[in-house]
Design a protein around this ligand. Structure first.
Ligand code: SAM
Length: 246
């Protein structure tokens, strides 16, 4: 019998999940940036800035941005640290291509290169990167543990992994309002702005299926990271985990 996993609330064969996720991002690629601004009231820009502030980027760091999508995080790092080497990477060609076009159009391509890859099987040697970032990508992995183990393997000693991801609100009343927003407003926004309510229904469901702050921290420690801490943003709607490879 095939191993099962979740695609949002649906149970699917593990071997099929990457294709379903791929279909979602192929469908949203062109409207991804507009939708991000609309759904988060622009707050995702601030969350990404905070991630870069917390990353302690070194001037000449080798950086892997996994699930880089349209390149927000790579752009912030590139503009602030022009002597770093940034590898933008994504499993989905359309998203990676949007990111690459944007890097050229918005003049941050000079220290960026591009690689289509699956974050669960990284095609790099041990000890390659000083910093790995994953912004709103880990939630979509078929096997998050495999991904984390791979990230740890590819980090240099003293390297850092920063994961920005939706998480679990702390306050129960706020949590109820957030649930209402996610399941009533998000799919409608998707339908209105991107003619695609299904992908945004998946977004809401995948957030609920993602491990909460403490569980993700434990998964990082179990993957071999020596230390891990997290910061809650907007009452835990989003969290930034930093894991160290000491
Ligand atoms: N990091 C960008 C940001 O924060 O705006 C894009 C995030 S977007 C929500 C999620 C991205 O994860 C998509 O571009 C998707 O193709 C990518 N992704 C999903 N599964 C992946 C995997 N296994 N390996 C690499 N990228 C993956």
């Amino acid at each position: 019998m095939n191993k099962k996993t979740h695609f949002g609330y649906k149970e699917v064969d593990e071997v099929d999940k990457a294709k379903y996720v791929g279909d979602v991002f192929t469908s949203v690629a062109q409207n991804y940036d507009i939708m991000n601004d609309a759904m988060s009231f622009g707050m995702h820009r601030l969350w990404k800035k905070i991630l870069v502030e917390l990353a302690s980027v070194g001037d000449r760091d080798m950086i892997l941005d996994i699930a880089s999508g349209t390149g927000d995080i790579s752009k912030l790092i590139s503009k602030e640290y022009p002597d770093t080497n940034i590898l933008m990477s994504d499993i989905n060609f359309e998203m990676l291509n949007e990111g690459r076009n944007r890097a050229i159009d918005e003049s941050f391509a000079s220290n960026c290169s591009y690689c289509q890859l699956n974050g669960e099987a990284l095609p790099f040697r041990e000890n390659t990167f000083d910093l790995i970032t994953v912004g709103f990508g880990l939630r979509n992995f078929t096997n998050k543990e495999n991904g984390l183990i791979e990230m740890k393997r590819c980090l240099k000693r003293n390297g850092r992994l920063l994961v920005l991801e939706f998480s679990k609100p702390m306050n129960p009343i706020f949590s109820k309002i957030y649930d209402w927003y996610s399941f009533n407003v998000l799919p409608k926004l998707g339908s209105l702005l991107a003619s695609d309510s299904e992908s945004y229904q998946y977004l809401a469901e995948s957030i609920r299926m993602h491990p909460d702050q403490e569980l993700l921290k434990q998964m990082m420690l179990d993957s071999g990271f020596s230390n891990c801490k997290f910061y809650n943003l907007v009452n835990g709607v989003v969290a930034i985990h930093i894991a160290y490879n000491d």
